[in-house]
Design a binder for this molecule. Structure first.
Ligand SMILES: [Zn+2]
Length: 195
């Protein structure tokens, strides 16, 4: 059987980040921000580890998308599988509540100021929303690489905004080392340390 196992995500080269479409809402997102549903022994199950070597479909980590998907007769997914996904969402929500206590005085927001602070090496971690323009993505990643600043591409503008109590955020510069470390963990991103 031909292997279509998940490829290694190389965060250093953002253009290669695999993007998939949510079957429920048709939003395009990075693969790692979606749940994978795979066919296994003739039925569709939640592929929590992304390792089932079969064709998979993807849905957002959102209750509304899971609900919509549950009504899709073609996949006819069992309730237990849906619950597994919902439990993960609930867990993530809890983590977001922790994120709510982020001291925003230790952060700078927006492309211009973040780039400035990266160049001054004041930024310990750059958090980049996955849905900013390719041009800006390249600029910021290049800056981080040149200045050996860690960066992570995580979440979309809307969700980053929610975490930081703002509307939409395209990029955040974390100025504090401890906050950078804990944030990296809760965002579940893979830090890239440039050399
Ligand atoms: Zn969706």
């Amino acid at each position: 059987m031909k292997s279509n196992k998940i490829e290694n995500i190389d965060t250093k080269n953002n253009e290669n980040l695999p993007v998939r479409t949510c079957l429920a809402c048709r939003d395009k997102k990075e693969k790692k921000n979606l749940f994978r549903i795979s066919k296994f022994e003739n039925k569709y199950i939640f592929d929590a580890t992304n390792k089932i070597q079969a064709r998979g479909v993807y849905i957002c980590k959102k209750i509304s998308c899971i609900e919509k998907f549950s009504k899709n007769k073609k996949y006819n997914i069992e309730k237990e599988e849906l619950i597994k996904m919902i439990d993960i969402i609930k867990k993530n929500k809890k983590e977001n509540q922790i994120n709510f206590y982020i001291d925003i005085k230790k952060c700078v927001f927006g492309i211009k100021i973040v780039r400035e602070k990266v160049w001054n090496k004041e930024v310990k971690l750059t958090v980049i929303a996955s849905d900013i323009t390719e041009k800006n993505m390249d600029k910021i990643i290049n800056d981080c690489k040149q200045k050996a600043v860690k960066y992570v591409v995580s979440e979309n503008k809307e969700r980053l905004g929610r975490i930081f109590g703002k509307n939409e955020i395209s990029v955040i510069g974390i100025l504090d080392e401890n906050l950078a470390n804990s944030l990296m963990k809760s965002l579940g991103g893979v830090p890239v340390e440039s050399t």
